[in-house]
Design a protein around this ligand. Structure first.
Ligand SMILES: N=CN[C@@H](CCC(=O)O)C(=O)O
Ligand SMILES: [Zn+2]
Length: 419
């Protein structure tokens, strides 16, 4: 049975999506949106939309007078499933310790691995659901979540199963990525561990059908380009689309590998060269920039404008993880503007439509065009500019997921379907 889920009307500014040029926004003033059976059925001037879809006939009517309505944020790069606390490493980094020093001492990723192996499934699930609540309150309606804190077959599978349970229980859509090659486990040789990832972990993930992407940390002192290629090739054979952590701490060649393999995305890219950028554009790989990580590491930011000028649909993500403890796409967009030179419109596209492209979603996700998922935000502010402008403040008031209100006054209100 068709149902009119929601009509949002009277918006001061309704952001439909990128304009034809791709770097500006198509907006409607005094705009409205109708969601039928979970998808956008109509978008346009309030008078036109409400004539066909009267708000009084909708399960939910939202008066957005004086406020902006945007597509829900898509966060295409997180390590949101973890246990333990690494706040002391934040303090150590402020005193000058590097991320690599911490990892070399058995801290960083390896410390989270120990905590995740010790945690039971219910603890992991409740941790993740808590993070999803915070993300939802800040406007994220789709999030990618990586494994990679197990580094053995049993724990990697456990992480992916927990991610699947969280997806079932929570309104935020969780997109699962297998990342067994996130670090070399303590006391192991990298080549020998890559054998395990290829021969044991990937076949196990394939047999359970619980991941969509396969990612690798291609980085000096972690996995070489050759080792990364082995992992991603095996992942692709198993039906997992490649993604690459590339050129984060040094320039190693992960971006060219992503281009060669036709990866969905290449992520971080702080040290990407013009040739790397050209290769991504040529291969149609979406660059994912993570300014929150550069902020936390006190590192140089990626050159976002170089990507956009070259014609790449640069996306921005939070990289939420114990080393970059920010759930907020809005904060990442603020950094994108202030530190990477994006306009508020370019930043918003990076956190919505381009972010959806980094997850290979081409169904209109990240826009409010007819046919797109009915995932929308009503801000407690008049225009999209307030997202990056009000840094440190959550300007998201109401969140609709598939046309259902799941957060109000910046607070989740959904009825959990139960883990
Ligand atoms: N760089 C590798 N992985 C994560 C950090 C994970 C961690 O430190 O726990 C990232 O993308 O930033
Ligand atoms: Zn990452």
């Amino acid at each position: 049975m068709t149902g009119l889920d929601a009509v949002v009307h009277g918006a001061n500014e309704l952001v439909v999506g990128p304009d034809e040029r791709g770097r500006g926004l198509e907006t409607v003033s005094d705009g409205a949106l109708a969601v039928v059976d979970g998808s956008v059925a109509a978008v346009g001037p309030t008078e036109e939309v409400t004539r066909e879809y009267p708000p009084e006939n909708a399960a939910t009517a939202v008066d957005a007078s004086g406020r902006a309505v945007l597509p829900g944020f898509v966060d295409p790069h997180t390590h949101a499933l973890f246990a333990g606390d690494r706040s002391d490493e934040f303090a150590a980094k402020l005193r000058g310790k590097s991320y690599q020093d911490i990892l070399a001492e058995g801290g960083g990723i390896l410390r989270t691995v120990r905590a995740v192996r010790e945690a039971d499934d219910e603890t992991l699930l409740s941790n993740l659901l808590g993070h999803l609540d915070t993300m939802l309150a800040h406007g994220t309606t789709t999030v990618e979540v990586k494994s990679g804190y197990g580094l053995d077959t049993e724990t990697e599978l456990r992480m992916l199963r927990v991610a699947e349970r969280a997806d079932d229980a929570h309104p935020v859509d969780v997109v699962p990525t297998f990342m067994g090659a996130h670090a070399v486990p303590e006391g192991r040789d990298a080549d020998e561990y890559v054998d395990e990832v290829v021969d044991e972990q990937i076949p196990a993930v394939e047999s359970q059908g619980i991941a969509e992407f396969c990612d690798v940390f291609c980085e000096e002192g972690v996995f070489s380009v050759a080792q990364s290629r082995r992992v991603l090739d095996a992942g692709r054979e198993a039906g997992l689309t490649p993604k690459v952590h590339a050129e984060e701490l040094a320039h190693l060649g992960g971006t060219q590998l992503a281009a060669e393999l036709g990866a969905a995305s290449a992520d971080h890219l702080l040290h990407a060269t013009d040739d790397d950028i050209a290769a991504l554009v040529e291969a149609g790989v979406t660059p994912v920039l993570l300014p929150g990580t550069a902020f936390g590491l006190g590192a140089e930011y990626a050159d976002a404008e170089a990507f956009l000028d070259a014609g790449a649909p640069a996306a921005v993500a939070t990289d939420f993880n114990p080393n970059c403890h920010s759930h907020s796409v809005g904060f990442a967009l603020s950094l994108s503007c202030v530190e990477m030179g994006l306009t508020p419109a370019e930043a918003l596209i990076a956190g919505t439509r381009n972010a959806a492209l980094a997850l290979d979603r081409t169904d209109g996700l990240g826009t409010l065009r007819a046919g797109a998922p009915g995932d929308a935000l009503v801000l407690d502010a008049p225009t999209h500019v307030h997202v990056p402008y009000q840094y440190g403040t959550n300007v998201v008031d109401t969140v609709l997921k598939g046309g259902a209100v799941v957060a109000e006054s910046g607070t989740p209100t959904y009825q959990s379907s139960g883990p």
